[in-house]
Design a protein around this ligand. Sequence first.
Ligand code: NAI
Ligand code: MG
Length: 334
Amino acid sequence: AKQTVTVIRGDGIGPSIIDSAIEILNAAGCDFEYEYVDAGLAALEKTGELLPPETLEAIERNKLTLKGPLTTPVGEGFTSINVTLRKQFGLYANVRPVKSFEGTQARYDNIDIITVRENTQGMYSGLGQVTSEDGTEAEAMSKITREGAEKIVTFAYELAQREGRKKVTAVHKANILKSTSGLFLKVAREVGERFPDIESAEMIVDATCMKLVMNPDEFDVVVTTNLFGDIISDLCAGLVGGLGMAPGANIGENAAIFEAVHGSAPDIAGKNLANPTSVILASIQMLEYLDMGETAERIRSAVADVIKSGDRTTRDLGGNHGTTDFTQAVIERL
Ligand code: NAI
Ligand code: MG
């Protein structure tokens, strides 16, 4: 039977970049069925819910989802849809690779870093969120479990092993956040000992940010807790030319959701300006997950070629072409 992929086109620039990625998958000869469902603002308008039950059922049934960014309305009592999805489907690992492409306006040209972000715990566990009645005090709870830490760090080392990587850096703030980050670091050290062939390093998160900017060559695989991983992965996107270049896979035992690192980019939505590379690279992650590495590589090299030639790139890459032109240029090279 054909593999069915759930598709959530998303909000803002989402539909344009998801359509781009799917056109490219089709042009590369991928024989998927696509089941389109809604989430986010698109779903709210149609159904009155941000995350309708049909959407959850499709994600569960097909196991694979390609997803555009979703807008979470701020301060209207909505919890983030992304956080909900990650928790609901136990998508504990968020894998965010960044790799340099020749022809971008990035400061570096040899970046190759994978951030493995714990995706369901920490500051984003949603626990204990309270604002006092008069609005003058607010609190939230961070929770780390040994099991959660062990799963994510083990995932990072196994990924390093599978991909022939040399080093895993555990990023933390155990000097201040002694309980939560402390537990994470303790477990990271224990897990690291089980992988003697891979160099283990540890680094405090603020220093990590400085070093990522100054000496990104020091980094290979980075593993960290939820909030730090969110921030560091945007920083890493900046090292390779911006958010338009950064994909992310949310992986659990029974489902996986592939998406861009960035959001719905309301400032450029509806203008044919978005760089679709982020979700094209996310679809490449999906192909690799399905052991379709050869097709993945073909698409990657077509994208690399378009960016390198610079003839039909988007504004963030220094060009003056739209999402659709960029997409056509990739398809022609396939
Ligand atoms: P954003 O990531 O949407 O945009 C940040 C900046 O990067 C903007 O200047 C935008 O134009 C630019 N940018 C992002 N993607 C781009 C692309 N593909 N090509 C060219 N430029 C690109 O962050 P922002 O504005 O803080 O958030 C907007 C909305 O997205 C919010 O509602 C937020 O909740 C949501 N969001 C959703 C995520 C998801 O669904 N996974 C992740 C992050 C934010
Ligand atoms: Mg983020």
